[in-house]
Design a protein around this ligand. Structure first.
Ligand code: PEP
Ligand code: MG
Length: 321
């Protein structure tokens, strides 16, 4: 990249009318972190830790995780590293999980936080590692597939218990992923406990529309552009404002220009994206007028289908994109 392009492609990102949109990166494997650093993103908004172990025959141990999180966070300097605890179960079943672990590959099986609370030794090792690194760095904990105040509270209690055992002086910030329909109906209980939340549009779309997330490649109906998903996101943003709690959107579609623009219109100010898409997204965001995006998002929520939302977007934004 030339210096001029560098300047345009790094640093804070603003809409045309000066609203700051913070862009974080999604990280699965270490190459993704290089991209986050090269593209000058504001930190890691979603580290999908289970990706590291999907082929592993051995259970991840706390010390190896501590070293990895410390190294990543050192590379990020003072930028945050949001570590999502293992989101295992469903389609993510590493070899070290034997049949005794009571898991199967259905998307409605024991998974996410529910899995972690049933198999506490894995979560315990991971939290021990995160808490150790958090004493000196901005690493944060994000729990996947939270379904309400109870599972979230039990997970937080584990963090507190481990922090006390380790004589930790600092407790890392703790967030919940909003990606199940249940969480939408328990927003106040969750916000009461959360330091931040992250909306996972991949799973939220899958579970709201009762359609496997793999279908989204094939069906025009199965998309985060569905008005039901847009209304759900808006509800989360409104509740987050009431609780004065940061909210980030981190599903794949947040990296798409049209959807990102709708998100800004819905009031979202933080996106966690595939770093490789950040150049195009920055350029598009710099052309967005937030008042117009807000009006567009309002009308999009009133549409009856994703196709209608798309046509609306194309009609409104043809001139600017
Ligand atoms: C999501 O569900 O949108 C999400 C970001 O998490 P994952 O894709 O890892 O399930
Ligand atoms: Mg998810």
């Amino acid at each position: 990249l030339s210096n001029a392009t560098d300047a345009m492609n790094t640093g804070p990102c603003h809409t045309h009318d000066g609203i700051e949109i913070t862009l974080y990166g999604n990280v699965g494997l270490s190459a993704d972190l290089d991209q986050v650093l090269r593209r000058g993103l504001a930190g890691v908004g979603l580290f999908r830790t289970e990706f590291l172990y999907l082929q592993s025959k051995r259970r991840p141990d706390a010390e190896a995780q501590r070293r990895l999180y410390a190294k990543m966070s050192k590379q990020l300097g003072d930028r945050p590293l949001v570590i999502r605890t293992f989101d295992l179960g469903g389609d993510k079943l590493p070899p070290f999980l034997s049949l005794d672990d009571n898991v199967d590959s259905s998307n409605l099986s024991l998974r996410g936080l529910r899995f972690s609370l049933a198999e506490r030794h894995l979560l315990r090792a991971q939290l021990t590692a995160i808490i150790a690194v958090a004493q000196e760095a901005d690493v944060r904990i994000l729990f996947p597939m939270v379904i309400g105040g109870d599972d979230f509270a039990r997970a937080i209690a584990m963090v507190d218990e481990i922090a006390e055992e380790c004589n930790a002086l600092k407790r890392p910030q703790i967030g919940a992923m909003i990606e199940t329909p249940a969480a939408l109906f328990c927003l106040d209980e969750i916000f009461e406990l959360a330091d931040f939340v992250a909306i996972g549009t991949n799973d939220l779309t899958q579970y709201l529309l009762a359609a496997d997330r793999e279908l989204s490649a094939e069906s025009e109906q199965v998309t985060a552009m569905h008005p039901a998903v847009l209304r759900a996101i808006h509800q989360v943003v409104v509740a987050a404002r009431r609780w004065n709690c940061p909210v980030c959107v981190c599903g794949e579609e947040a990296s798409e220009v049209d959807f990102a623009e709708l998100l800004i219109g819905l009031g979202v100010r933080e996106l966690s994206i595939s770093a490789s898409r950040s150049g195009k997204l920055r350029a598009a965001i710099s052309r967005v007028d937030s008042t117009a995006a807000c009006a567009l998002a309002q009308r999009a929520q009133e549409c009856h289908s994703p196709q209608e939302v798309r046509s609306l977007w194309s009609a409104e934004c043809r001139g600017t994109h």
